[in-house]
Design a protein around this ligand. Structure first.
Ligand code: ATP
Ligand code: MG
Length: 166
């Protein structure tokens, strides 16, 4: 299995493992983690574009790559805008692509409210940048085959989205 950080090295090896029929089901073939800093709008979107590039290099179907890239982008922007900073983990196994976005706070007081289309706590200055439509989490869910949020105020939030490969 390939394990890596923000640089995408050795993806070829992961690609070889991915296409190898010998891999048992669900055995991870690639794990990468990407740090995402709060309010770092200069770097915002880099993790999602790296994830898109890695999945393309693995030879994933364009529609799957598109869905994963959209989900990763929404997760990344939420970390930038709403969290104190966190990370996105990309995990690929023989059955699915999984994205896990986790942060250390502030957490969501009401997860089902956060999931509602149009609900946003983004302040005016963020809305002026074009964010804050309250569509990110619903959009992530739409792009995923399985989707879950675990959150605790004062502890943090973990959003998990998985997309089946076949
Ligand atoms: N990581 C997070 N930590 C705490 N709260 C969050 C986090 N992610 C989302 N939220 C809360 O959930 C709300 C809805 O998120 P969602 O991504 O759907 O919309 P948005 O980010 O406000 O706007 P958009 O994504 O359309 O730009 C946010 O406004 C925020 O209150
Ligand atoms: Mg959002």
């Amino acid at each position: 299995m390939y394990r890596g950080g923000n640089d995408g090295q050795a993806i070829d090896r992961a690609g070889a493992a991915f296409s190898g029929a010998a891999s048992p089901h669900s055995e991870p073939v690639l794990e990468m983690s990407f740090r995402v800093d709060r309010y770092d709008f200069a770097a915002a979107g880099e993790a999602a574009s790296k994830i898109k590039q890695v999945l393309r290099q693995l030879g994933m179907a364009p529609e799957l790559v598109r869905r994963a890239a959209v989900a990763a982008y929404e997760a990344e922007m939420n970390l930038v805008i709403h969290s104190e900073g966190g990370q996105i983990l990309l995990r690929v196994d023989t059955e699915k692509v999984t994205l896990v976005a986790c942060d250390g706070g502030p957490g969501m007081p009401d997860v089902s409210l956060a999931m509602r289309e149009g609900y946003s706590t983004a302040p005016d200055e963020i809305r002026e940048m074009g964010f804050g439509a309250g569509m990110g989490l619903p959009n992530m869910k739409r792009c995923s085959d399985s989707f879950s949020i675990e959150s605790e105020v004062g502890r943090g939030t973990t959003v998990t989205a998985a997309i089946r490969i076949a």
